[in-house]
Design a protein around this ligand. Structure first.
Ligand SMILES: C[S@@+](CC[C@H](N)C(=O)[O-])C[C@H]1O[C@@H](n2cnc3c(N)ncnc32)[C@H](O)[C@@H]1O
Length: 254
């Protein structure tokens, strides 16, 4: 065999041993709900649709505050992929241990659990593209202090997304009103950019915030500053487009 032919054979052999990055289990198995309650919640808060709305994308670093047993953590870990990173934060050590074991079983090696304090999520400084909260906001005893302490974890281009139950006329149950959400998060140092209402029939609003720049009060006059809630849902971005982390994502807003 000539030197050239040997070289070609070597290349083909080497290529056949290249391991493609990925996770060992089938996609549907590694993100599967663990019980009937998780399945019910996933129907009301469909993970792919919610992750499209919040702009979760491959390679991102995302923290979920109030991650619990990891119902959404597995979906986020799958979405960001092996080049991304998920920080699963909660104050419940038992739930976090369960979440870590669930991720290990599903083959996710891109998830780190963080045991936070009631008002300090202990997230890594300046590393995150996105902070995400789902089904947890109304459980926080002091959401203003908690989210104020979470803010330094965002990159300057990072965003906060909160998916929270809303009470519709005649309804009842756990919820936060859009007015309370906007004013509490303003107090915590965030500017409301948009409210996605495409899951309104399921009683779910998704709020997208950007962090106020630190120590630059004159820089606070960007989109969203001083606008009414009505304007938030229609005017900040053209229909169907949300901006997140310096990128623009096509999103179907209703
Ligand atoms: C209803 S569970 C939602 C869990 C998960 N996000 C989901 O949708 O499956 C609410 C979670 O919020 C957590 N939580 C309550 N107060 C918290 C706080 N101050 N900081 C972080 N997590 C908190 C609880 O421990 C619990 O795991």
């Amino acid at each position: 065999m000539t030197k050239r032919a040997l070289g070609t054979c070597g290349l083909i052999l080497a290529a056949s041993f290249v391991v493609m990055p990925g996770f060992p289990q089938e996609a549907k198995d590694r993100v599967a709900p663990e019980n009937a309650n998780e399945a019910r919640l996933n129907r009301l808060q469909p993970p792919s649709q919610v992750m499209d709305i919040i702009g979760a994308a491959p390679g991102m670093a995302i923290a979920e505050i109030g991650a619990g047993r990891g119902r959404y953590v597995v979906n986020l870990a799958d979405r960001v992929g092996p080049t991304g990173k998920i920080y699963a934060e909660d104050i419940d050590e038992v739930a976090l241990r369960h979440c870590a074991e669930r991720c290990r079983r599903a083959g996710f090696n891109n998830v780190e659990t963080i045991l936070g304090g009631f008002t300090d999520p202990k997230l890594p400084d300046g590393k995150l593209d996105l902070i995400f909260v789902i089904s947890s906001y109304h459980h926080f005893s002091d959401p203003v202090a908690l989210m104020k302490n979470a803010r330094p974890a965002l990159k300057p281009t990072g965003r906060l997304a909160i998916a929270e139950w809303v009470r519709l006329p005649g309804g009842q149950g756990e919820e936060t009103s859009p007015e309370t959400m906007k004013s509490q998060m303003e107090e915590a140092g965030f500017v409301l950019e948009h409210i996605d209402k495409s899951l309104e029939d399921n009683r779910l609003y998704i709020y997208l915030f950007r962090p106020q720049p630190v120590d630059r009060p004159s820089a606070l006059k960007g989109p969203g500053q001083g606008q009414t809630l009505q304007e938030m849902t229609t005017e900040v971005f053209p229909p169907g487009i949300a901006s997140l982390g310096g990128h623009r994502f096509g999103v179907a807003f209703s």
